[in-house]
Unconditional design. Structure first.
Length: 224
């Protein structure tokens, strides 16, 4: 873990602005949070579920729409628990399927599951409307936590914080209208390093294509 205080100091050192007051601490904190967001997106693109994924589980009422968590950023999967207590992964529906799905009766027993989901605004829409008491689980990537206090920390995977420091230093020098060419090159090198290694977090087993049809019965009444 790396603290905000450490990130600020190292960014000032990299920009040769340790004693300079040209960039305030609050402005530098903003630069650092922006740089963390950039690193976060790179890691999300490189199998982000292995770094940040979390679960949100809820039980349905008689509604079709359910508010997503306040820290929701990117959905990875939606599962529904059957009467057998087995979890089944469901697919997203297309907008032109919604009418047919809404007119269907929810079925989660008897060998098939006819439910779909779609993100609409800040809600997760389910169709057809599940029976009250149905358990749904969403696996998602949350938004990165913003650093505010000097003691706040970012999770530092294999010194990936170096990219954050370099980006913040570039922003500092850019405001000063100073040359950033040396840091631009380092930024490109850091991004290439992260992209090449982040995908290999589980080096023992490579990713495989999943045949969802071999693991679940999936059927929509009236829709093919």
């Amino acid at each position: 873990m790396t603290t905000l205080a450490e990130l600020k100091l190292q960014a000032r050192q990299r920009a040769d602005m340790v004693k300079s007051k040209f960039i305030s601490d609050s402005e530098l904190t903003s630069y650092i949070n922006s740089a963390i967001a950039e690193l976060y997106d790179i890691l999300c693109e490189c199998y982000g579920e292995e770094y940040f994924v979390t679960e949100y589980e809820f039980v349905t009422t008689d509604a079709g729409n359910y508010e997503l968590p306040s820290d929701f950023y990117e959905l990875k999967r939606v599962d529904v628990k059957l009467d057998t207590q087995d979890w089944v992964t469901v697919s997203r529906f297309n907008l032109n399927e919604e009418t047919a799905l809404r007119s269907s009766t929810f079925v989660a027993w008897g060998g098939y599951l006819n439910i779909r989901y779609r993100i609409v605004g800040s809600s997760l829409k389910l169709a057809p409307i599940p029976s009250p008491g149905t358990t749904v689980r969403a696996l998602y990537v949350p938004l990165p936590v913003k650093l505010v206090d000097d003691a706040d920390t970012m999770q530092d995977f294999n010194y990936y914080s170096e990219l954050v420091i370099v980006i913040a230093a570039i922003k500092m020098l850019s405001k000063e209208e100073s040359d950033t060419a040396h840091l631009d090159a380092e930024r490109a090198q850091q991004i290439a390093r992260i992209q090449s290694k982040a995908q290999n977090r589980d080096a023992a087993n490579a990713e495989q294509i999943t045949d969802i049809y071999a693991t679940q019965y999936d059927y929509i009444k009236g829709v093919r």
